[in-house]
Design a protein around this ligand. Sequence first.
Ligand code: URA
Length: 408
Amino acid sequence: MIKDIINKKRLGEELTEEEMRMIFLGYLEGSVPDYQMSSFLMAICINGMTENETFILTDLFLNSGDILDFSNIPGVKVDKHSTGGVGDKTTLVVVPIVASCGVPVIKMSGRSLGYTGGTIDKLESIPGYQVELSLDDVRKQVAEVGAVMMGQTGKLCPLDKKVYALRDASGTTDSIALIAASIMSKKIAGGADKILIDVKVGRGAFMKTEEDAKKLSDIMIQIGEHYGKETRTIISNMDAPLGVAVGNALEVKEALYILEGKGKGAFYELCVLLASTMVSMAKDISLEDAKNLVEETIASGQAYRKFLEIVAYQGGDVEGILISSHTVSVCSQQSGIVRGINALEVAKLSCMLGAGRMKKEDEIDPSVGVFLNVSVGEEVMVGDPLMTLYQKTGDKVVYDISKIFEIV
Ligand code: URA
């Protein structure tokens, strides 16, 4: 009985494959209701899952839908995924760089539910950009341009989709095993040969401690290897937002700026590390050699031109990107050093401005968001601009600035 399976997990015991199948597949076909699945998921959040249970769940997610096969596209395809962060526009920078190094990239991303937009929301802020491609379109574009950046195609992991929506609504997202199975099943179904995961840690991330980030990283590597896919991880900080822009069109503009070789901060460094790791995995060369190639494609303008080429091929026009003209500059009330910029609070503010969606039906305004004028470690004086808000209208937005900036 389903009740016995829930009880077994509540007592922290390991479930058999048959029990896992019964409850999860029952949920997919509708015989297990939401209330039973929510309490089961909560038991998982509290007691965790064993390695074997995590593998079984990944397999159930994976085999619930299509599994894509791009083996007829020449070259080693490396997929990259971030566990989610604020201002995370790395895909927009990394994909054209890697493609410029001669490595084919098929990057499927999602819209997001949460305080900030997902990669697809960011791409859709480029007028005309088509995110829905058929598998034939993908093959043609990869042959001609070397890369695609698109929404998920086919029906990948419908069981994960159903469980994830319930996790989101029932406060049960926070489980290392569930996150690992959810992400890795989609990556494996996506058809890449090798996988790179950027595991975020900090205030604005799922993983709040280094220890948990390491646990998540280890189990994802084990799952990847279980399916014969070389998997590497990078653990990167998400206390403060990544880069300076949080908002869809603003983030595309920032990505373009980085691709033009104009910015060299922590965001640039992370993009170079991710791109170099992907190139090193695909070409089987050292990280150092890959980094030289990567930096060369940025310096020569090749990566920037590749971004424009991908966008144009998918019908987009970067000249048409619209940023709201209703701006408000927020200035410091005190002098001191910026000790912290709270990623989660910036994300909430950006969502309040209209850049994120809390419900699936919510409309995103691509032109709004937050631009940070300072970074952590910088000295500020009274009256110095801390951030610029790009708003829908000139109306006053209510938020607590002391929750965003820590200045001492
Ligand atoms: N992203 C996913 O796809 N699944 C999770 O569980 C968390 C982040």
